[in-house]
Ligand binder design. Structure first.
Ligand code: ADP
Ligand code: ZN
Length: 810
């Protein structure tokens, strides 16, 4: 018997191993094994079982690490597709997808040679002697890592090598204890019922009596009842009266917080009914059925999801419910619990412990838990009989994983549904351009909820032109609050209602614009905003590396009032505090939300009206329902408009629509004030008019002109290096490689290479970063070119990661 194993190394290949007789029975796809790999021992996942091996000299696996598989063949089919699509090594991908922290790492251990050797003390250096003496005191050996800690890195390796060559010490690879392993418990079972003939001590009698009542008991429970010595148990076991076995138990995971939301029964309205009827058709067809649930904010999309889940469960199906990020869970969970009080569900997100995740994972794979709610990685959960996947706020950027394997969970949800002949609902008030494009092509059914529930009005949106606001005075004014917004906040406070102030600070702190015409500098080649580099006083395009010196006059209107603008939530909160000293102000951004429970606390105090004004980043834009909020202020719509990305307008429209949607959900009508230097930009005016369709048309026309997705396919190669000079040298070599490539034209059309250029964030965690875009109409051709570059890329010395843009489905 042989197995193919995907090992956690950067290789596309899987490796063949022989299975020793003794392990035959335990072998199954989806289990981890420990296997020799060169001089090391590595863990890998069994992905295939076969009778023969491709080579004669296959090595044997050492150990099987799981009692039960972590995935089955259907899951594997999906996982395989994922790593192929994202051009990611399968062993790496599995290690990332599956619950983490369970890889026993192997390390080199050093010990004194068993056979007595004569110590040539005279010829040993003092440091070698010290190492040998230390090892002598530790007959079981010491790990190399530990030795290095004790004696310093360089010398140890050299000394160990020379000691080894004289035969005084030996080295071997041993695994450390895994960080998380299955938790087992000892179970005692009574074997013999008729105990009359047996001679027992008093204690043994007591124990046997206890067991007679229960049949079997966990050892820990016994210990809680009375003190029994291990020897008493051992004696009973030796006599065959009881037997001891090990069984797996599940770790308890923390109870999810309940926000105490009042549950009311809701009858779906006509639009909701209509959408549901379609979804039920999909579920009953038992065929792949992809839907877009396009409903304005507050139109009752969540109700539709919950009803669809109920249907899927009634059909004995499994469900995955994806939400943008941990930010959304407490609220959702509490709503979910109200709806399905008895249902057991798994909540998977980065906040739960690895151990709990491991336990949940296996209960899901066994089919004990049928509903999984979670952030993006939950799309990989091994749910059995998967019938329904929901992707709430499908346009949200947090579905995109940006480090390691760069996948988009929304796209994967659709692919997974396809492989499982399941139904998938992607819901949003502002669908991604790509998604809406799919519905236009008839690839995804569009279900529409055009109105807010109970005919509540959409909020009134005003746009404030900050250029006028800053007026004639030439001083650098802090453009924080317009008079209109200031007045509105005052009124809201007086009416004892609540205000949300929204500032998108993520990414780029400052941008350069013209105070007269609002001109923000864009690359003439790529139509993305250029970024200011203070050191060189230049503006740079992060797609093609085009750069210009910052001119003192504006290319748009030739005015000379060029300004930079940047502001953070912290300073905003201070400003507000000065203006409204009597108001109770809360702040919500990733800096303040680090503390556990901070998020729930802020949400709760918003509900209980212990906060009058909440200042925050886009965290507050996510689908919350704040009944007391009647005013929403957007401090600067320009911050997201000016990110150097061709999706900047799309993001801006989405953000503005989402934040606006937070207002006026309760009894009072809502009001929204958007401050901007670009009051006529279509992303802003269409958001004011709540007009998704017109925005889509504007944006699509632009994408078409510039051949951006969905009219082309993009692969972004992220290049990085910890040394700048080495990185730049690598870039030169890369450019050379690119010149040697076959002319980038295929029968399907042209493939373009743009860049390399510095990344928008040029340095992260000590790594210098660049990017290279490959663009073309045919994904196959784009991928082939990427593969060709990758195959030759090792000479560049750069770390290269592949980022494949959204999938065009079906
Ligand atoms: P969305 O997800 O589209 O933003 P929700 O599903 O959160 O909207 O619904 C918004 C609010 O309206 C919630 O408080 C919900 O309980 C309520 N709601 C949903 N459907 C109905 C309905 N048919 N009748 C009355 N209230 C409803
Ligand atoms: Zn450019």
């Amino acid at each position: 018997m042989f197995v193919s194993v995907a090992v956690n190394i950067p290789s596309e290949k899987t490796f063949s191993y022989a299975v020793p007789e003794t392990l035959h029975e335990e072998i199954s796809i989806g289990k981890r094994v420990l296997a020799p790999f060169g001089k090391r021992r590595l863990t890998g996942y069994i992905v295939e079982i076969s009778k023969s091996a491709p080579r004669e000299d296959t090595k044997e696996i050492i150990e099987i690490l799981d009692l039960e598989p972590l995935f089955n063949e259907t899951d594997l089919k999906f996982y395989r597709w994922v790593c192929q699509y994202y051009m990611y090594p399968p062993g790496r991908a599995l290690a990332e997808i599956l619950p983490g922290g369970i890889d026993p790492k192997s390390d080199q251990w050093i010990s004194v040679a068993k056979e007595e050797q004569e110590r040539p003390d005279g010829r040993m250096s003092p440091s070698q002697r010290r190492i040998l003496d230390t090892l002598t005191q530790h007959p079981d050996g010491i790990s190399l890592a530990h030795l290095k800690k004790m004696f310093g890195k360089k010398d140890v390796t050299r000394d160990v090598n020379s000691l080894k060559s004289t035969g005084l010490i030996t080295t071997e690879y041993r695994t450390k204890k895994p960080q998380v392993s299955r938790k087992k418990e000892k179970i005692i079972t009574l074997n013999i019922r008729n105990l009359n003939a047996l001679k027992l001590t008093k204690k043994q009698h007591f124990l046997v009596d206890l067991l007679r009542g229960h049949g079997s008991l966990p050892l820990s429970a016994l210990r809680a009842q009375f003190t029994c010595s291990p020897s008493a148990i051992k004696t009973l076991e030796q006599k065959g009266i009881i037997s001891l076995t090990e069984e797996e138990v599940s770790r308890h995971h923390g109870q999810s917080p309940d926000l105490g939301i009042r549950g009311k029964t809701i009858t779906p309205n006509e639009d909701q009914e209509c959408a549901l009827r379609e979804i039920v058709k999909g579920l009953e067809s038992a065929r792949f059925s992809p839907y877009l649930l396009h409903g304005v904010t507050g139109s009752g999309k969540t109700e539709v999801y919950l009803n669809a889940i109920e249907k899927a469960l009634a059909m004995n199906g499994g469900v995955i419910y994806l939400v943008p990020e941990i930010a959304l869970t407490p609220l959702l969970i509490s709503r979910f619990n109200k709806r399905f009080p008895a249902l057991e569900k798994a909540v998977l997100h980065s906040g739960i412990s690895r151990a709990a995740r491991y336990d949940q994972w296996r209960r899901i794979q066994r089919g004990e838990i049928r509903v999984v709610i979670g952030a993006r990685s939950a799309v990989f959960a091994p749910v059995r009989d998967l019938k329904l996947i929901i992707v709430d706020e499908e346009h949200d950027t947090s579905y995109k994983q940006d480090d390691r394997m760069k996948y988009n969970a929304r796209d994967l949800a659709i692919m997974r549904a396809k492989l499982n002949a399941a139904t998938v609902i992607a819901g949003s008030a502002t669908p991604a351009i790509q998604t809406y494009f799919n519905t236009m092509k008839g690839k995804q059914t569009n279900l529409i909820l055009p109105k807010r529930v109970e005919d509540r009005p959409l909020p009134e949106v005003d746009i404030i032109d900050m250029k006028k606001e800053l007026g004639g005075d030439d001083q650098a004014v802090s453009p924080v609050l317009s008079r209109a917004l200031q007045k509105a906040i005052g009124e809201t406070l007086e009416n004892k209602q609540q205000t949300l102030l929204f500032l998108n600070r993520r990414g780029f702190h400052t941008f350069i614009f013209c105070l007269d015409c609002g001109h923000a500098f864009q690359c003439p080649n790529c139509a993305v905003s250029m970024t200011y580099h203070a050191g060189e006083d230049t503006l740079k395009c992060h797609y093609c590396d085009f750069a210009i010196k910052l001119t003192p006059s504006c290319p748009g209107c030739h005015g000379n009032r060029i300004r930079s603008y940047g502001l953070g939530t912290e300073r905003l909160a201070e400003e507000i505090n000065k203006l409204f000293p009597e108001a109770r102000i809360g702040r919500m951004d990733s800096d303040t939300m680090i503390r556990k429970g901070a998020y729930e606390n802020i949400l709760r105090s918003l509900y209980t009206h212990d906060i009058d004004i909440l200042v925050g980043t886009q965290m507050i834009a996510k689908g919350h329902d704040f009944p007391g909020v009647t005013l929403v202020g957007v401090i600067s719509a320009d911050t997201s408009l000016n990110i150097p990305d061709f999706r900047a307008a799309e993001r801006t429209f989405q953000l503005l629509t989402q934040v606006s949607g937070r207002g006026g959900r309760g009894a009072f009508p809502g009001r929204v004030i958007i401050q901007t230097f670009n009051p006529h930009h279509y992303a802003i005016t269409r958001a004011r008019d709540h007009d998704y369709l017109r925005f889509y048309e504007d944006e699509l026309a632009l994408r078409h002109t510039l051949a951006y997705p969905p009219f082309s396919r993009l692969i972004n190669l992220h290049l990085s290096s910890s040394k700048k000079e080495k990185g730049l040298e690598g870039l030169e070599r890369l450019k050379h490689i690119m010149r040697t490539l076959a002319p980038a034209t295929t029968p399907q059309g042209k493939v373009e290479i743009i860049g390399p250029a510095e990344s928008p964030i040029a340095k992260i965690k000590g790594k210098y970063r660049w990017q290279l875009l490959i663009k073309g109409s045919d994904i196959g051709a784009v991928k082939n070119l990427a593969k060709e570059i990758l195959s030759k890329a090792s000479v560049t010395g750069l770390d290269i990661r592949v980022d494949v843009d959204p999938i065009n489905f079906m």
